[in-house]
Design a protein around this ligand. Structure first.
Ligand code: G3P
Ligand code: MG
Length: 247
């Protein structure tokens, strides 16, 4: 039984800032999550053509902005002109894509912890992992809770580990890798962050016995949240921030 790492994070985390209540991965979304009492947010980060870390889920701009094409084809100056709110609702028309730096300023001022999901554009995995880790370390220096880094990309997470070993990392997955013990050791992870459908009480016990914290996503049913918390899951990421009380 290995000792668990420190875990300065709340049990409930707002997915993409505010779930579906506001345009995902924007400062407006973070404000909505905060207004509903959430004190941690997950969001997705990638690099512009000129290497600026900013928030966006998809590989392309089409779904959540008025831009078109690959997200990393534009410079930050070009990306900063886009409307990332009108697709959601008129309330958020004109909402801008935020840089990681802007989000750091807001989250630190409002005592909101963050899970930075590194979501590299194809072919830029190592560059993105390293750049986001270096930015996160600098932007959150001295914070009570450092950003929890995660990524579906093993390459990005490995580069983040090499660039800033001290930041906490979670192995993110939508399937259960057979070699999870080897992977978490190689990537210096303190947690696993898995699709909740992969979890059972026995698996949570197994991860905890291995010294790993357990995070999970995206859980939108209050009964399932209660079940997972009963198993001792450390942190749950949800879209349903208006139905599931933060804690
Ligand atoms: O970080 C967990 C979760 O956000 C992963 O899925 O597609 O919403 O980024 P996705
Ligand atoms: Mg995500």
């Amino acid at each position: 039984m290995r000792e668990l790492s420190a875990w300065p994070y709340p049990k409930l985390v707002a997915h993409r800032g505010a779930g579906k209540l506001a345009p995902e991965n924007t400062l407006a979304a973070l404000r909505v999550g905060h207004a509903l009492g959430y004190r941690m947010a997950e969001f997705d980060v990638k690099l512009s053509a000129d290497g600026v870390a900013f928030l966006l889920h998809d590989g392309t701009l089409d779904r959540t902005t008025n831009g078109r094409g690959r997200a990393d084809a534009l410079t930050w100056r070009e990306l900063s002109q886009l409307d990332a709110g009108s697709w959601h609702s008129p309330t958020y028309a004109g909402e801008a894509l935020p840089t990681l730096a802007a989000v750091a300023r807001w989250s630190r001022a409002n005592a909101v912890a963050v899970n930075v999901e590194i979501k590299p554009s194809p072919g830029r995995e190592r560059e993105t992992g390293a750049a986001v880790a270096i930015d996160a370390q600098a932007l959150w220096t001295g914070a009570d809770a450092m950003p929890l880094l995660s990524s579906f990309s093993g390459e990005a997470l490995a580069a983040a580990y090499e660039a800033v070993p001290a930041l906490p990392r979670a192995l993110l997955g939508d399937r259960m890798p057979d070699d999870w013990r080897e992977r978490v050791a190689r990537l210096g992870c303190i947690a696993v962050d898995l699709d909740h459908e992969l979890l059972t009480g026995a698996r949570v016990d197994e991860f905890h016995a291995a010294g790993l914290r357990v995070a999970t996503w995206t859980v939108n049913e209050p009964a399932r949240v209660a079940e997972l918390l009963g198993w001792g899951v450390d942190t749950i990421i949800t879209d349903a921030i208006d139905m599931i009380a933060p804690r």
